[in-house]
Design a protein around this ligand. Structure first.
Ligand code: FAD
Length: 310
């Protein structure tokens, strides 16, 4: 069985940043990713808010991060999914379909996935008008007609954000009231460019190169209608990829996010978590990178300087 100082599960922004710092600290470091390294940002058409890059495509940014980690000496195994973890002892075991590895520390950075609608056209127009991140993609729809799907806090925050950018914001919610904080709902009611359609669901997203319209169904009358929009922001929640960590004893919150302290430590000694899989409130590349760096440097202390341990 191969032995490592630290194994990083998930090579997205958080994992790659952790990898760079772990290798630079002299730790024998392995990153495992079930897809190709680079993570979720590879799906972003443009990134305009990561310092140092005024505008860069998500795929280029993820390639640059992966290149950097490999160049510095990190071992990265693409398409090797972690399927099981034993985390309770001093020596931890990380299992994949093709191997078992032993390591002194684990950094868990598997990200999260946006919940999808599952309607016709959604997959086809992903990145071409269908978005799951208002903060990321909203600025590309300045002055346009956009639709927000959802009725919780995230949908309301996105609606408010987009109302300052887009020409017109439509919101559809399958219930007859928002399930969001009252102050957000009140703020939305003051926006003259926001129209809310209650008891309404989306059944199809249509377009050519970009989104052009959606088919809506009133779930009380069952009547369908067409609405011309340039973008659809799906805001029906996110789900962290925390199941394998949870099964190994890592503590999660009520929404499934891994609980960490400000040193990125989980409840298990030698097990750290970083990025979108954690209960950190902000889910962005910059925050994922920062958490990855913290996790690697604290893991370094754990592996090399055990007397620092609390
Ligand atoms: C379309 C889109 C646009 C975005 N635009 C922006 C933007 O403009 N600016 C910004 O700051 N943020 C943006 N984001 C958010 C940003 O991508 C995330 O905050 C960031 O990628 C989080 O990094 P992470 O490393 O925590 O997770 P991820 O990047 O999701 O990486 C997690 C990695 O773990 C791997 N993985 C999962 N499970 C396993 C397993 N069992 N075994 C092995 N590997 C596993 C995954 O394959 C993935 O590579 C955007 C996101 C999306 C989807």
């Amino acid at each position: 069985m191969e032995n490592w100082d630290v194994i990083i599960v998930g090579a997205g922004s958080a994992g790659l940043a952790a990898g760079i710092y772990a290798v630079r600290s002299g730790l024998k470091t392995l990153l495992l990713d079930e897809k190709f390294a680079g993570g979720a940002i590879a799906d972003a058409s443009k990134v305009v808010n990561y310092p140092g890059f005024a505008e860069i495509s998500g795929s280029e940014l993820s390639e640059k991060m992966t290149f950097h980690a490999r160049k510095i000496g990190a071992s990265i195994h693409d398409i090797e999914s972690v399927t099981g973890l034993d985390l309770l002892g001093e020596v931890k075991t990380v299992r994949t379909p093709s191997a078992s590895y032993q390591t002194k520390a684990v950094i868990y950075s598997t990200g999260s996935h946006y919940k999808e609608l599952g309607v016709k056209g959604e997959a086809e127009f992903k990145g071409r008008g269908v978005s799951y991140c208002g903060l990321c993609d909203g600025p590309f729809f300045k002055g346009k007609r956009v639709l927000v799907v959802g009725g919780g806090n995230t949908a309301c925050v996105t609606t408010l954000y987009l109302s300052g950018l887009a020409g017109h914001v439509f919101v559809i919610h399958r219930r007859e009231a928002f399930r969001a904080e009252e102050s957000l709902v009140l703020d939305i009611s003051t926006k003259s460019n926001v129209d809310i359609k209650w008891n309404t669901e989306i059944s199809e997203i249509k377009g050519d190169k970009q989104v052009k319209s959606v088919t809506l169904t009133d779930n009380m009358t069952k009547q369908t209608s067409e609405l011309a929009v340039d973008a659809v922001f799906v805001q029906i929640g996110e789900a962290p990829n925390s199941q394998i960590a949870k099964a190994a004893g890592v503590e999660i919150d009520e929404h499934g996010y891994i609980k960490v302290n400000n040193r990125q430590e989980t409840n298990l000694p030698g097990v750290f978590a970083a990025g979108d899989v954690t209960d950190h409130p902000i889910k962005q590349v910059g925050t994922a990178v920062g958490q990855g760096i913290t996790a690697a440097l604290i893991a370094y202390g754990y592996v090399r300087r055990p007397y620092y341990r609390k």
